[in-house]
Design a protein around this ligand. Structure first.
Ligand SMILES: Cc1cc2nc3c(=O)[nH]c(=O)nc-3n(C[C@H](O)[C@H](O)[C@H](O)COP(=O)(O)O)c2cc1C
Length: 383
């Protein structure tokens, strides 16, 4: 049988700390620290615990060169094969080998792949977690985290400061001054279809397509994109847009069209709240946008590239700012959040995590008349 190591793996020495009453009663401080090795591999759903010996054994296998092994295998190799950290050329290893080959074909830089994979949330309620820790308010944050680093810094000067002239605000400044993250959407008001359409046109539509060769198309959009690749897809969870059936959609930037997707298992409002990790203040937005970069499009040019993932994150940030400003210009509220349950979104939209997993969720729609959840509007630009 031929055996190799999986394509990418990071072995983390993780320490968990838990409270133990027995330890406290027997004179300890009640905290028990446990250390173990965990193998993080992007083709496997869960991190795999390893023994000291297994850590060393993993290091002896190549991810590329198959090694001939006698059957029956020794127990340690058999266990690593069973959990998918080693791959073999036999049918029993098939599902792990296919997952590993799918991952390999995407040409990730391994550390980015592992970060992307390990940072995904599944069923997290970030609001409840903050409430439990008491960090959902400034007093609690200060108690838990102390005083933050200052809002601005003073570098040691190599000369006198050069004071810059303040300019008279123009139209762009007026627009930017009105941009306030919206946490109070009107749960009853639908968005007019022409406003919805205009939003998508501004943020995600292609303004032109430049053909550089057969199958080599570059889109021009209002927003910049690393390598001109525009790898980020917009998936929509539409709750209230006039004339459009509520549901899940994929936006087609060339056609400026929506493609309906299969209905989710959960009711839309429940899915929205779950996907937003319990952030109910965003879940009422009439339109939610899932920003989901297509990894293969980016890695076509940036193969195994340490900056590719960063560029994709920056792309999403740029799109989000265009969405914010477009919404503000139309009198709408907008938001973005990275506190999302990627796993629930992947399942609902049919997104393979390492190929097209979500990076963030944004949204837009009409604001409510009352501000119930705090927004940062010190200049009273909106409220
Ligand atoms: C990358 C990013 C992630 C954010 N995540 C959240 C979030 O999880 N929950 C939330 O209520 N606001 C979130 N926000 C909004 C910020 O809290 C908001 O931008 C900040 O308070 C400043 O307010 P402003 O946008 O009104 O200027 C996020 C903003 C950005 C850019």
């Amino acid at each position: 049988m031929k055996v190799r190591r999986c394509t990418a793996v990071v072995i983390e020495p993780r320490e968990n700390c838990r409270f133990d009453l027995g330890d406290l009663l027997s004179g300890g401080n009640g905290l028990v620290r446990e250390r173990r090795w965990l193998a993080l591999a992007p083709h496997l759903e869960a991190a795999q615990p390893l023994s000291d010996d297994e850590v060393l054994l993993m290091g002896r296998f190549s991810p590329d060169a198959w090694e001939e092994r006698q059957v029956p295998l020794d127990a340690a190799v058999a266990r690593l094969l069973q959990c998918g950290l080693l791959i073999a050329d036999v049918p029993a290893s098939g599902p792990h080998r296919e997952a590993d080959e799918r991952y390999r074909a995407l040409r990730w830089w391994p550390l980015a792949a592992i970060t992307h994979h390990a940072a995904r949330w599944d069923g997290v309620d970030s609001v409840q977690s903050m409430q439990r820790l008491g960090t959902d308010n400034i007093a609690g944050l200060l108690r838990a985290c102390g005083t933050p680093p200052p809002a601005t810094i003073e570098r040691e000067a190599a000369g006198p400061d050069l004071r810059l002239p303040r300019s008279a605000p123009g139209a762009l400044e007026a627009l930017m001054a009105q941009r306030v993250t919206c946490r109070n959407f009107d749960p009853d008001r639908s968005l007019e279809q022409d406003l919805f359409s205009r939003m998508l046109e501004r943020v995600f539509a292609a303004q032109a397509c430049v053909r550089q060769g057969e199958g080599v198309d570059f889109l021009k959009k209002y927003t910049p994109s690393g390598g001109s690749l525009h790898a980020t897809e917009a998936y929509l969870l539409i709750q209230r847009v006039e004339g459009i059936t509520a549901g899940l959609y994929h936006y087609r930037p060339g056609e400026h069209a929506l493609r309906p997707l299969p209905a989710p298992v959960l009711p839309l409002q429940q899915l929205a709240r779950d996907a937003l990790a319990g952030q109910h203040w965003f879940a009422h937005a009439p339109v939610l946008v899932v920003y989901a970069p297509r990894i293969a499009r980016s890695h076509w040019k940036y193969q195994h590239h340490p900056k590719a993932y960063r560029a994709l994150m920056l792309d999403v940030g740029h799109l989000s700012q265009t969405l914010y400003l477009s919404a503000t210009d139309l009198g709408l509220g907008a938001f973005v959040t990275a506190a999302i349950n990627e796993v629930q979104l992947e399942q609902a939209f049919g997104l393979p995590p390492m190929e097209a997993g979500p990076f963030a969720v944004g949204g837009f729609g009409w604001r409510a008349e009352q501000q119930e959840i705090a927004e940062l509007d010190p200049n009273r630009a909106v409220w």
